[in-house]
Design a protein around this ligand. Structure first.
Ligand code: NAP
Length: 280
């Protein structure tokens, strides 16, 4: 029986599954494209409807893969994309969004994020986000790689409007549990956890493998179960392999025990003080 929560809700009322699909490195090799499209489509079939992409990935290539995967089934998908800091001025953000829409072959993006903070004043990017929202080209907007001080600043500019903060979070990158996660929880802002498998590095870890063996599970499932056990966190693992979509989905059925958590905490100690936000 599935005992863990399976959805969360953004401030605009949109409800999404807490397990989504990442797309970084998709669209880089034409030989992998068919499997990438199949993976995303299988994910949609199985309810992994949130797909995360960005204009940066494969220079727009990942958005093209997503566009192909959602063709004919746009309404099933919740598409997240991101504008680069180098495009964060008002005029360039408006243009970048139009370009993303073309590659995605859609008329709207469900959630549009500033990929990370650059030198452009936030007010300029927010002006573009507001205009895009009014035009119906994006349904909501958010940020990525913002630490607490950045989040406080954005809340001053646009109180109650930021839909999410997408940040690095996994067993070996737990820093945000000290301050950013509680801050977002208090404001009821769901967090999107990127690289939940630490780009695959966690899969060889001995402690993760021991917990996996005890559950008859795979290391990837344990790494995902850890992230998914955090309230209002959405994990977005990337896989271009359809068999791994089913494997990752099954992480939703795993409940870590107190003993598991103790073993994982020993291997990956939780933060006891503020750590600067890590990025990949
Ligand atoms: P990740 O999801 O932690 O790991 C992806 C790697 O793990 C890939 O090499 C994948 O290979 C492999 N993998 C996936 N499922 C597996 C399984 N069940 N067993 C074994 N290996 C498995 O890393 P990520 O791609 O960096 O992060 C996820 C997504 O977050 C990205 O794709 C992107 O959408 C987003 N992201 C955002 C930012 C940001 O700055 N906002 C930064 C990084 C990532 P295969 O494809 O071969 O399965």
């Amino acid at each position: 029986m599935r005992t863990t929560r399976t959805t969360t809700t953004f401030p605009n009322g949109a409800t999404v599954p807490v397990l989504g699909q990442g797309t970084w490195h998709m669209g880089e090799a034409s030989s992998a494209r068919a499997d990438e499209v199949s993976s995303l489509r299988l994910g949609l079939d199985l309810g992994l409807t949130l797909i995360d992409t960005a204009e940066m990935y494969a220079d727009g290539g990942a958005e093209r893969v997503v566009g192909e995967a959602i063709q004919g089934r746009r309404d099933e998908a919740f598409v997240v994309s991101k504008v680069l800091p180098s495009n964060a001025s008002t005029a360039r953000t408006l243009r970048a969004c139009d370009d993303s829409l073309k590659r995605l072959k859609t008329d709207h993006i469900d959630l549009y994020l500033l990929h990370w903070r650059g030198g452009t004043p936030l007010s300029e990017t927010l002006e573009a986000f507001e205009r895009l929202q009014q035009a119906g080209k994006i349904r909501a907007w958010g940020v990525s790689n913002f630490d607490v001080d950045d989040m406080e600043e954005i809340e001053q500019h646009a109180p109650g409007q930021v839909a999410t903060n997408q940040v690095l979070y996994n067993l070996s990158r737990r820093g945000i549990a000290f301050d950013l996660l509680p801050w977002c929880a208090e404001k009821r802002i769901p967090v999107m956890a990127y690289s939940p498998l630490d780009e695959g590095r966690l899969l060889g870890n001995a402690a993760v493998n021991r917990v996996a063996a005890a559950h008859g599970a795979t290391p990837a499932q344990i790494a995902l179960a850890f992230v998914l056990a955090t309230p209002d966190v959405i994990a977005i693992p990337k896989t271009g392999r359809p068999d791994r979509i089913r494997e990752n989905l099954a992480a939703l059925d795993i409940r870590l025990t107190v003993e598991d958590r103790t073993a994982l905490d020993a291997a990956f100690p939780p933060p006891s003080r503020k750590r600067p936000l890590e990025m990949i």
